[in-house]
Design a protein around this ligand. Structure first.
Ligand code: ADP
Ligand code: ADP
Length: 224
């Protein structure tokens, strides 16, 4: 089932086009890697599909709903409810412990502290990072911080996880571990993943790779 679809999307910042007539579909539960050189438009594509950036042309549909026609409030509600995000640098809240960071999306959704932190700890265990739960992000390694960020992205059971260079700040061993854990967790929960990376070793954990060059996409596997 197609969960997310971009049809003919284009986006320009000033005179320079960042995306030109891009089509991409992501099926439920599928891990899709978007590769390509720096500046080719990968992040812009991810932001358009996540409803963060509105494309100038074309349409993005999620679960049959047109994101480009939705209100800002509708799109933010969708992002909080159905989407999870992992960035290159964890963007964890430095004042909170790692467990509190993972519990935060649940707390914001109204869950009680005890239940939220129990779920957060379960997710840290799945990400093999339970040991850092009581520490603040500044007291853990980069690899541990990214496991915490992945746990935070998955704790709300999103249907799509958007991961923009999630291993970009890690050495190759930590990067592959984080990607394996993210891929396994997504497959266990049935979440789709849209992964932006320039590392072939990281993209190897996906079901399908597409390449963006100069704002245009090339689908290597020829998905329907
Ligand atoms: P990638 O993720 O592949 O590195 P981006 O999507 O970040 O590529 O950028 C694609 C192009 O759009 C680049 O030329 C970049 O400079 C430009 N761009 C991206 N975001 C902005 C922005 N907010 N304002 C102006 N130009 C931008
Ligand atoms: P490791 O390889 O140990 O997982 P890195 O090589 O990515 O960690 O980072 C080296 C050091 O930089 C870490 O031990 C940590 O002190 C610090 N560091 C890097 N990224 C972060 C982060 N996102 N949060 C907290 N500390 C970080």
């Amino acid at each position: 089932m197609t969960l997310l679809r971009a049809e003919g999307i284009g986006k320009a910042y000033g005179p320079t086009p960042a995306l030109v007539d891009v089509d991409l579909t992501v099926r439920a539960g599928e891990v899709v890697a978007v590769m390509g050189p720096s500046g080719s438009g990968k992040s812009t594509l991810l932001h358009c599909l996540a409803g963060i950036v509105r494309p100038d042309t074309g349409a993005v549909t999620y679960d049959g709903r047109d994101l480009t026609a939705m209100s800002d409030a509708g799109r933010s509600a969708l992002r909080r409810g159905d989407f999870g995000f992992v960035f290159q640098f964890g963007r964890l809240v430095p004042e909170l412990t790692c467990v509190e960071n993972v519990a935060l999306p649940l707390r914001l959704a109204g869950e009680r502290r005890r239940a939220a932190e129990r779920k957060a700890l379960e997710w840290l265990e799945r990400l093999e990072a339970a040991g850092v739960g009581g520490r603040r992000p500044g007291e853990v390694s980069g690899g541990q911080a990214q496991r915490v960020a992945v746990a935070r992205a998955l704790v709300t059971s999103p249907r799509v996880v958007f991961a923009d260079e999630p291993t970009g700040a890690l050495d190759s061993l930590n990067g592959e571990q984080v990607m394996r854990l993210l891929g396994d967790a997504a497959r266990d929960t049935g979440a789709a993943v849209l992964l932006v990376t320039h590392e072939a070793r990281v993209a190897a954990y996906s079901d399908r790779e597409v390449v963006v060059r100069d704002g245009r996409i090339r689908d290597l596997m020829g998905a329907p």
